[in-house]
Design a protein around this ligand. Sequence first.
Ligand code: ZN
Ligand code: ZN
Length: 141
Amino acid sequence: MICPRCKKTLVVEVKDGEKIDVCRSCGGMWLHRHQLNNLLKESGGDVESCSIDDNPHADPNPVILCRECENTKMKKVNFLDYSDIIMDYCPSCGAFWLDRDELSKMRSYIQKIEDGSHTVTNFSGYSLLTKLSEIAYSIFR
Ligand SMILES: [Zn+2]
Ligand SMILES: [Zn+2]
């Protein structure tokens, strides 16, 4: 597979038991459906479906085409809706493209939620709590 950002060949690396296509040049990674959930097991929920919405999200990185589904434009989605970690998502095959450091940002975001260090002072904080209860709910479904 070729990197959608810098066109270098992706190499397979094993992270937490998942075989993932990573770009050693730009630090991005290609995740098939379910791989993001598997990498972020500590969230205890379905972070993939909790991140997909129809709102437009601004991102300095250009829109890319899915590497698996020819000519399908990937959508910009906001990780867990309110994190402002914007990733690329293919609505056709469910793949995600993560740019450099996005996975570690996601991990620290989840960590902060668990620590309760996110201040809930505004609407977006309130919605985050709503989202978290949805995630908690999905565990017991
Ligand atoms: Zn790259
Ligand atoms: Zn696709």
